[in-house]
Structures are given as C-alpha cells and as structure tokens.
Design a binder for this molecule. Structure first.
Ligand code: GLU
Length: 480
C-alpha cells in the first residue's frame, strides 16, 4: 500500500511556492525578502503562493509573533492563495504518516536510553568517527511499543543526495554524512524537519525558496520525501542580509523588522523595491513596478553572496515613491503617521494635498506628518532661531501690512494670496523675502514650509489671520 498525500490543491497548477516563517519574532527584512522572492517566482509562473506558520516550537512561538508576521505580509502586499496553515493543527496528519512509515518499514522505533546514546557518542568521538546513531534498535524487536521510544527515519546508507539548487547550483551530500533522523519524539510530537516534508508534500509545493540557513536540512528532507514516494521540489537557498558594515544584520543597524520601516515612514513600495534589488537584478534597472518585478524575476539571477543593507538607498527609493505614486495613495499611508503622532487632521487640507505640497521636501512619511502639523493644529511656540532671524527689522510693519491685505481679499486662493504679499512688498519697498519670511514664521512657527501662497491656502484664511495677529502681539511684547 502506498502512503497517500492529502493533496488539497488543483494538480493543474504548475508552480506553487510557500513562505514558512516560524513565529518566534517579528517579520524581519531577511524573511521578507525570502517571502518576496518566493511570491514573485510563483507570480512569474502564473502559480500560487502558500503561507504556512511553522509553530511547532511551542516554547518560542507566540500568537503575537504570528500576528506581526501576517501584518508584515499584508503591509508588503504579498497575498497568499492558500493558508495561513498552522503546523500545530496538523499533528494528527504527521502522526498518521509516521504510523504508515512504521508499518512499511521506512521508519523504526528506537528505545535507546540517553545513557546509551551518550556512551555511543563518546566512543565514536574517541575513535574520531562522525557521531551518528548505530541502528541498535533497527532489528531489535524485544521491546513493547508501550515503552518510551522515539521514531527514527531509516536514512539510506549508500550513495548520496544530489540536488540542483536554483540559486547555488549542484549540491551533493553523501548519505554516510546523514543520520537516522528522529521524526517523532518520546512525547509523541513530530520533529521539525519531518513536519516540513509532509507539509511541502501535502501542499503540493513545487519550489522551496528559503534562507540558506536551511541548506543542511535539505538532503535529510529529500531522503524522507523520496521514501514517501513524494515528488522532490526544486530548492532555492537565498543568501543572508548583512548590515552595511558586513556584519549580520541586527538591531544595532537600525530597523530590522518590516513594520519598523512603516513606523519610520517608509512606503511598502519602497521597501519591496529595495528588497527585490538586494540580491537580484535585471540589467542596471533600479526602479521596478510590481508588474515589472513579476515579469523579470528569475531564481537563477539571485545572487549567491550575502547582501549589505544600505539605508541611504532605501531612503532614496522612498523619496522616489513619495513623489511618483498618486498622492491619494500616498495619503492613505500618511494618515497612519498623523494618528501615530496624535495629530487630528479632521480640519485642514486634504491629506493628498499635503502630499502634493511636501513630496519634494520629505523623504519619509513620518517627517511629512511631523513637519505639516501646523496645517492642522496650533503650534506652541515660534522656533527660536527663526524668530532671531526673521522677526527683526521691519518684520512687524510687514506683518501688519500683509495682514491688512490678506483680510481685504475677497477670494482666498494661490493667486490672490500671492498678490497680497507682492503688494505688501511693493508698498513697503521691501524685497519679497522680507515679507515672506516673517509671514512664514508667523503662520507655521518655523522658517521652513512650501511656497507662501501654497502654505496660506493650505492653512486657511481664519487660522492664517489669527496666527499673524499672534505673531504681531509676540513681537510687540518682545519690543515692549
Ligand atoms: N520555518 C523556517 C524559518 O522560519 C523556514 C523553513 C523552510 O522554509 O523550510 O526559518
């Protein structure tokens, strides 16, 4: 009797990939890049993408981490056709396969005590042999299955495992290097490598794209798949991401979690574009739309060597997308930052207008939200340096005059407000800057803002006039 897969998907799909994170922490940029490559490869081949949560390590897995990973995947807009599947919900299935393997002699029960195994290892070390299980229990039928035992996979003893890694080329491991792997522990729980094998089989995975830290697991997994009569997927092991100093990427380098990039004001488009180029390329093209990534992505173009994370380049891409994506779209992401910074945007310009006004000046959305506060709420104090520089000389006169001109306007738009400033300058025989700068400090609190007409229209008439009066009072009180 053949062991059957629980193949739940249409066999017509030619390519099916998966992302299989362990929920022991947030979704970090390395994991996100692996997920992206796996997703792109599926899409490039009109295939499907599976999300599987590998939560068998009960000590280290948390529901918070699972939620954080799902949030990260959603934010990056990497949608999955199947899942999320949870390994902890599939224990019956893994055990069913193990029982069938026992029946067919593909696996065996091992009753060896810890002491015996330790003694064995000690002897092997003394003889300078590779430590491995000596198959003591393979033909020992003296035990009752009620006695505590583990189940071991009967790994082939001859020959070698050969696979053509889609990124790294041919890899060959001699079976003499591999052990009879424990697939079920004494407490009855299946082990990690075994769960992965049954999942990849049942989920019809054709291409396994994962981090190179799993490369040692691959020959073991291939042997189990083969003994089950399961198809062996193509493997692609993606290299690691280092910090810009060549060291393993860690918190020390700044953000490492995908959601932290959201918090810092990056658009998902920028991070995705950054990650796709980090270890993959198409000529010297730097900017890729989703469609282009899908069209051009190939696993054999993925770099074998580790990549170095470069925050400046990410920032450059972010600025590009802030300027190039439709303002209405960018505004949706910007909204999150106003909430995060406790800025009430219910009265003031539309957020898409803020994006249009500030896209040139702001490289992150966090900065855009914080520097545009004055459009929505009153500021506490004038910036000290700006006061020193611009509330001097004829500033008071200029503010009084421009207030008069602005008050008299019958319409409040770019043209009329611009004219009011210009007329003030002409009448007072001042340069435009001598009017514009005090006015800027008066209505925004600082010396930086978009052009004055745009700023005045954005803030709105009532607020502008009240703020100019406040500045006049402030200068007078200082002069008194
Ligand atoms: N759960 C593993 C990890 O998070 C991935 C295993 C795999 O892709 O096969 O590193």
């Amino acid at each position: 009797m053949k062991i059957e897969t629980l193949f739940p998907f249409s066999p017509n799909v030619k390519v099916r990939t998966r992302f299989a994170p362990s929920p022991t922490g947030y979704l970090h940029v390395g994991g996100a890049r692996t997920a992206l490559y796996s997703w792109l490869f599926a899409k490039h081949n009109q295939g499907e993408f599976v999300l599987r949560i590998e939560d068998t390590d009960l000590e280290r897995s948390t529901p918070e981490a699972t939620a954080a990973i799902l949030e990260g995947m959603e934010w990056l807009n990497l949608a999955w056709e199947h899942g999320p599947y949870y390994q902890t919900k599939r224990f019956d299935r893994y055990n069913q396969v193990i029982d069938e393997m026992l029946e067919q002699g593909l696996a065996y029960r091992c009753y060896c005590t810890k002491e015996r195994l330790e003694e064995l290892r000690h002897k092997q070390e003394q003889n300078k042999e590779k430590p491995r299980y000596d198959r003591h229990c393979l033909n020992d039928h003296s035990h009752s299955t009620n006695e505590p035992h583990v189940v071991r996979f009967k790994n082939p003893t001859e020959g070698s495992v050969v696979f053509d890694d889609a990124v790294r080329g041919r890899i060959e491991i001699s079976n003499s290097e591999l052990d009879d792997l424990i697939i079920r522990r004494t407490d009855g729980s299946p082990t990690y490598n075994f769960c992965v094998v049954v999942d990849d089989w049942d989920m019809g995975i054709t291409h396994v794209v994962r981090g190179e830290d799993h490369i040692n697991n691959t020959p073991r997994q291939i042997n189990i798949l083969k003994s089950l009569g399961a198809p062996v997927p193509v493997y692609a092991h993606v290299s690691m991401i280092n910090g810009d100093d060549g060291q393993k990427l860690s918190k020390r380098h700044g953000a490492v979690s995908v959601m932290q990039y959201r918090d810092e004001g990056y658009l998902p488009e920028a991070l995705v574009n950054y990650l796709v180029r980090l270890g993959w390329g198409h000529g010297d093209q730097e900017i890729f739309s989703r469609e282009e990534m899908i069209k051009y992505f190939e696993l054999d173009q993925v770099s074998k060597s580790a990549s170095a994370f470069n925050t400046d380049k990410l920032l450059w891409l972010n600025h590009h997308y802030i300027r190039e994506l439709p303002p209405e779209y960018v505004a949706k992401h910007l909204e999150w930052h106003y909430q995060d910074q406790d800025i009430d945007t219910s009265s003031g310009p539309a957020l898409s207008e803020i994006v249009t006004m500030l896209a040139e000046r702001c490289k992150t959305l966090k900065e855009m939200a914080s520097t545009s506060r004055y459009f929505f709420e009153e500021f506490e104090t004038f910036d000290e340096a700006a006061v020193k520089k611009h509330f001097k000389g004829n500033a008071l006169e200029a503010l009084e005059k421009v207030k008069e001109k602005l008050t008299a306007l019958s319409t409040w738009d770019l043209h009329s407000t611009h004219e009011a400033i210009e007329q003030t300058a002409t009448e007072l025989e001042m340069g435009m800057g001598k009017v514009g700068m005090p006015l800027r400090v008066a209505v925004t609190g600082s010396g930086q803002s978009p052009s004055m007409d745009v700023t005045l229209v954005g803030i709105g008439r009532e607020r502008v006039l009240a703020r100019i009066q406040r500045a006049i009072d402030f200068i007078q009180s200082q002069n008194a």
